[in-house]
Design a protein around this ligand. Structure first.
Ligand code: NAG
Ligand code: NAG
Ligand code: NAG
Length: 364
C-alpha cells in the first residue's frame, strides 16, 4: 500500500471536501460499521441499508458461504455504486481466512501458522500462504482478510497454539512470517489485518475474549520485548489494518481492554509503534466486554478510544444498524469529537480508495 501514497493524498483532499459538504452524520457513521448476517440468504434489508449509505462493509462467516456468495457480494457493490450515497470506493467485504483450521472459505492457506513457523523455510511458506489467502478471497469477490494472527504463543496448547494460530514462540521468527504474509497478500491487492494487538500469546487455552473477560498480567516490558515484535515487522512492511484485542493488560492500562483503550490505540500503537493505518475492532458483542454495557455503548467507547471500524459480528443486521445510530447520536451530542471522527473516516476511505485504484478485485 506504500506505493499508493500519491493517490491517497489526493483522495484525502477530496474526501475532506465531500465530508464537509455532503454526507449526513448517519452516512458518515455508516463508514465505520461492518455488518453480518446468518445463513446463505442475505437479509433483504441489507441492500436497502447499503443504498442508504449505512453500511461500511460486511463480515462473512462459514455459514454464509455457498456458490451464490460471489454474486451476492457483486450485487452489494453494484447496488452501492449506483446509489446516491456512494463514496467513490467499495464496501469492505471481509472474512477470517487465517489458514489451517481457521478458514471460512474453500481454498488456502491449508497450512496453519504454526506449521509455517516450523517449516524449513518459514518466510517463503508465509509468503505462499499470503498469496493463497488472496486467491481464496478473490474467488468470492472479497477484498479484506482478518488475518494474519501476530500473537507470539508462550506454552504448547495455550490459547493460540491449541489451534496452530501462532507462527512461533520466537517473536523474531513470528515477525518475519507476519511481514511475509502481509506483503504477499497486500501486493496481490487484498487488505490484511494484524491481530490481536498487542497480543493474546500469553493467554491460556480457556482465556477466550469471545466468551469471558480476560486479564493478561505480562509486564509492559515483556509485551514490548515479545508480543509487539511482529507488529514492528508488519508495520514496516506497510500493514493496512490492526485489530486490537479485548484483553485487559493491567500493567499498561488497568481500566480498559486494549480495544477500548486510548493508551493502547493512540499512545502505543499509533504513537510508539508509528502505525498510520486503520484500526478495526474484534466482535463488539464479545463476552469479554460484559462490564462495558450494550453493544452500542461499547462501540461509542471504542471509537472514542481511537477505533476506526466496529465489527458487528452477531450475524444480525439490526446490530449494525443500532451501532450506526449510536455513533451518529454520540457525534450529534458531542460525546464523540467530530474532528477525530473525520480523521478516522478519512483513514477508512483512503484505504477503500486504494482498492479502487490499485486493487482490481472487489471493485465492481
Ligand atoms: C528466533 O528466530 C530467528 C529468526 O529465524 C533466529 O535467528 C533466532 O536464532 C531464533 N532464536 C532462537 C532462540 O531460536
Ligand atoms: C493476574 O494478576 C491479578 C492481580 O494481581 C491476580 O489476581 C491474578 O490471579 C493474576 N493472574 C494470573 C493468571 O496470574
Ligand atoms: C439483533 O440485534 C439487536 C440489536 O443488538 C437485538 O436487539 C436483537 O435481539 C437481535 N436479534 C436477534 C434475532 O438476535
Amino acid at each position: 500500500m506504500l506505493k499508493m501514497k500519491f493517490t491517497s493524498t489526493l483522495t484525502l483532499a477530496f474526501l475532506h471536501l465531500a465530508l464537509a459538504h455532503g454526507a449526513s452524520v448517519q452516512v458518515q457513521a455508516g463508514y465505520h460499521v461492518i455488518y453480518s448476517y446468518s445463513g446463505t440468504t442475505p437479509p433483504t434489508e441489507l441492500t436497502s441499508l447499503i443504498q442508504q449509505g449505512l453500511v461500511g462493509g460486511i463480515l462473512l462467516f462459514g455459514d454464509n458461504v455457498d456458490d451464490n456468495l460471489p454474486s451476492h457480494v457483486a450485487n452489494w457493490q453494484s447496488s452501492y455504486k449506483a446509489s446516491a450515497t456512494y463514496a467513490g470506493s467499495p464496501l469492505l467485504i471481509m472474512t477470517d481466512q487465517e489458514g489451517g483450521q481457521v478458514r471460512r472459505l474453500p481454498g488456502g492457506p491449508t497450512s496453519s501458522e504454526k506449521a509455517i513457523g516450523m517449516s524449513s523455510t518459514p518466510e517463503s511458506a508465509a509468503k505462499q500462504a499470503g498469496s493463497q489467502a488472496a486467491s481464496a478471497l478473490g474467488a468470492y469477490n472479497m477484498n479484506t482478510n482478518l488475518a494474519p494472527v501476530l500473537d507470539v504463543f508462550r506454552t504448547p496448547g495455550d490459547f493460540d497454539d491449541q489451534y496452530g494460530r501462532s507462527y512461533s514462540d520466537n517473536a523474531t521468527l513470528a515477525g518475519l512470517c507476519s511481514a511475509a504474509f502481509v506483503t504477499a497478500q497486500q501486493s496481490a491487492g487484498y487488505i490484511a489485518t494484524a491481530k490481536h494487538f498487542p497480543g493474546l500469546g500469553s493467554a491460556s487455552s480457556s482465556q477466550n475474549t469471545d466468551e469471558v473477560p480476560v486479564t493478561l498480567n505480562a509486564s509492559i516490558d515483556e509485551i514490548r520485548a515479545v508480543d509487539e515484535v511482529p507488529y514492528v515487522s508488519a508495520i514496516a512492511a506497510g500493514l493496512d489494518m490492526v485489530m486490537p484485542s479485548w484483553a485487559l493488560y493491567p500493567d499498561f492500562d488497568d481500566q480498559y481492554p486494549a480495544g477500548l483503550s486510548q493508551k493502547w490505540i493512540q499512545e502505543e500503537l499509533r504513537g510508539r509503534l508509528g502505525f498510520k493505518g486503520v484500526t478495526i475492532s474484534d466482535a463488539i458483542e464479545a463476552g469479554g466486554l460484559k462490564a462495558f454495557g450494550e453493544d452500542t455503548n461499547r462501540a461509542v467507547l471504542a471509537v472514542g478510544a481511537g477505533m476506526d471500524i466496529i465489527l458487528a459480528a452477531a450475524q444480525n443486521a439490526t446490530q449494525g444498524q443500532a451501532i450506526v445510530g449510536a455513533l451518529a447520536d454520540a457525534l450529534t451530542a458531542g460525546s464523540l469529537k467530530q474532528s477525530d471522527f473525520d480523521a478516522s473516516t478519512n483513514r477508512i476511505l483512503a484505504l477503500r480508495e486504494s482498492l479502487g485504484t490499485n486493487k482490481s478485485v472487489g471493485f465492481m
